[in-house]
Design a protein around this ligand. Structure first.
Ligand code: FES
Ligand SMILES: [Fe+2]
Length: 448
C-alpha cells in the first residue's frame, strides 16, 4: 500500500489558529486513487438499512469506494456481504439497488449464486471439459472482511484491520439512535430514492452538509421562495420551515474520533416536524432529553461518505466517489414504520420540496460544487481558506450541550447561528490525513 506525506495537504495547527486544506485534496487524480486504497479500503462504509433486507432472500447493492458490494439475507435469515462481482470474469453481478432473489444469476454467462454467496450453477458445466484444477477452485462470491449493523444501519469494511463498528461510531452513536428511534416500531426507507451525479469531488458534499455558512447565500433563492409562500403564493402545502426564523437560533457542533462530526441548530418551528404530533409517545420511550434533541435540526457525518441529515426532513445520504471529479449522490428518506399516512405525506412533501435534482436546494449546492471543482484547476493557487472559522470558540471535550446528551466529543462549539463555524471539518480531515499517511483510524485523537 502506498501512503503520502499529508503535511503539505492538510495544515492542521489549531493552536496557532491555522487549519487549511490544499486544493489538490479535491482535484489530484493520483490522490484520488490513493484514497480508494487508504480511506475507502481501510474504514467502515454505510451499505444500507436492515429494513431493506428484512426478509429471507432480500438484497441490496452498495459501494465501498469503487468496489461494488452485494448485501443479502439468505434463506435461513443470515445476513452477509460480498464483492458484487462474478468470479468468472469479474463482472458486476447484481444490478438492482434492492430486491428479493433466491438466486443471483450473472447476465454474462449465466453462472448462478444463492444469497449465501454459494455458487450453485456453472452453465453447461458437464460439457465444459474443465480440468480438475478448475473443479477444485472456489467459485463462490467473495465475502467482505466485516459486516455489522448498528441501530438498523448496516456497515461493511474491506479491511479486517478496522476498529470494531462500536468503537468506530463511538460517541456519535446517540445521533444514530435519535434518527433510528423516532418510530416505536423502528424506521423504514420510504420507497423510491433520489439519485444524481455532480461533477465534483466527493468531499464537496462531505463539507457542504456540515457547513451552515452557505445557507444564506447558496439558498438565498429558496429563502425568497419562502417569502412568497408566506404571502400565500406558490406551493404552500410543503410544510416547509421558515429559514428566516432558523437563522436566529443558537447552533453548535461536535467533533468526534474517527472523522465524524455533527452540526446542530435549535429548532425554530417544532410544530412543522412530522414527529411533532407523536412527541408524547417518543418522549415516554426515549426520555425528554433525546426527544427534545430529535426536534433540533442536525446533520451527522459518519466518515467518510455517509450523512444522517435531519435538518429539513430525516434522510440518509451517501456520496459515492466515481472519479476525482465525479460523485453520485443517493438520498433515502426514512420514516417511522407504521407512520400515520397524513404525517407520511407531510414528510414527503418536505423532502421533495428541498432535496433532489428537482428540489429547491440540491441543484444550487451541486452548481456550487461544480464551480469549486472548476476553480481547483486554477494556477497558481494552493491552500483553501476558512476552515479556521469558529476556532476561537472551539473548546476541547464536552460543552454543556454534550453533557446534556451524556456524550464525550473530542471538541464542542456553540454560539449564534451567524458564527457558522467550519470546525466540523477538522475531524474528517484529520482522519483523512491519518489514513492517507498510513496511520490507523482515530490514532492519537484526544478524547476528553
Ligand atoms: S462473467 Fe459472470 S458468468 Fe461469465
Ligand atoms: Fe445546501
Amino acid at each position: 500500500m502506498r501512503f503520502v506525506d499529508t503535511s503539505a495537504l492538510v495544515d492542521d495547527r489549531p493552536h496557532q489558529g491555522v487549519f487549511r486544506v490544499h486544493r489538490d485534496v479535491f482535484a489530484d487524480a493520483a490522490l484520488f486513487e490513493l484514497e480508494m486504497e487508504n480511506v475507502f479500503g481501510r474504514t467502515w462504509a454505510f451499505l444500507g438499512t436492515e429494513s431493506q433486507v428484512a426478509k429471507p432472500n432480500d438484497f441490496i447493492t452498495a459501494w465501498i469506494g469503487r468496489t461494488p458490494i452485494l448485501v443479502a439475507r439468505d434463506g435461513a435469515g443470515k445476513l452477509a456481504a460480498f464483492l458484487n462481482i462474478c468470479p468468472h470474469k469479474g463482472t458486476q453481478l447484481a444490478h438492482a439497488e434492492q430486491g428479493n432473489a433466491k438466486y443471483h444469476v450473472c447476465a454474462y454467462h449465466g453462472w448462478g449464486f444463492d444469497p449465501a454467496g454459494k455458487n450453485v450453477d456453472i452453465k453447461d458445466r458437464a460439457a465444459a471439459c474443465y480440468p480438475p484444477a478448475f473443479e477444485a477452485q472456489n467459485h463462490d462470491l467473495v465475502p467482505i472482511a466485516r459486516v455489522t449493523a448498528y441501530g438498523g444501519l448496516i456497515f461493511g469494511s474491506l479491511s479486517p484491520e478496522v476498529p470494531t463498528l462500536d468503537d468506530y461510531l463511538g460517541e456519535l452513536k446517540p445521533f444514530i439512535d435519535m434518527a433510528m428511534q423516532q418510530g416505536p416500531h423502528g424506521m423504514e426507507v420510504v420507497r423510491g430514492r433520489v439519485c444524481y451525479t455532480y461533477r465534483g469531488n466527493w468531499k464537496l458534499q462531505m463539507e457542504n452538509a456540515m457547513d451552515q455558512y452557505h445557507l444564506t447565500s447558496v439558498h438565498a433563492s429558496y429563502m425568497s421562495v419562502m417569502d412568497k409562500r408566506r404571502q400565500g403564493e406558490g406551493h404552500t402545502d410543503a410544510h416547509q420551515f421558515d429559514w428566516n426564523k432558523r437563522v436566529l437560533q443558537q447552533s453548535g457542533m461536535f467533533n468526534f474520533s474517527h472523522g465524524h462530526s455533527v452540526t446542530w441548530i435549535n429548532q425554530a418551528e417544532v410544530e412543522k416536524r412530522p414527529i411533532y404530533p407523536v412527541m408524547d409517545e417518543i418522549r415516554s420511550r426515549v426520555g425528554a432529553v433525546k426527544a427534545d434533541w430529535m426536534l433540533k435540526a442536525k446533520i451527522a457525518l459518519i466518515f467518510p461518505n455517509f450523512q444522517i441529515a435531519d435538518g429539513t426532513t430525516l434522510n440518509l445520504r451517501t456520496f459515492r466517489p466515481i472519479s476525482v471529479g465525479l460523485t453520485e449522490m443517493r438520498l433515502h428518506c426514512i420514516a417511522p414504520i407504521g407512520e400515520d399516512p397524513a404525517l407520511r405525506r407531510w414528510r414527503l412533501r418536505q423532502f421533495e420540496d428541498f432535496f433532489g435534482a428537482s428540489g429547491f436546494a440540491s441543484p444550487d449546492d451541486a452548481a456550487c460544487f461544480e464551480a469549486a471543482q472548476r476553480g481547483y484547476a486554477a494556477r497558481p493557487y494552493d491552500w483553501l481558506q476558512g476552515y479556521s472559522r469558529g476556532i476561537t470558540s472551539l473548546r476541547d471535550g464536552a460543552d454543556e450541550h454534550a453533557a446534556q446528551l451524556g456524550i464525550r466529543p473530542v471538541a464542542s462549539l456553540a454560539g449564534d447561528f451567524d458564527l457558522n463555524c467550519e470546525t466540523t471539518l477538522h475531524s474528517p480531515y484529520r482522519e483523512w490525513a491519518r489514513l492517507m499517511s498510513g496511520r490507523s483510524s482515530g490514532e492519537n485523537e484526544l478524547q476528553s
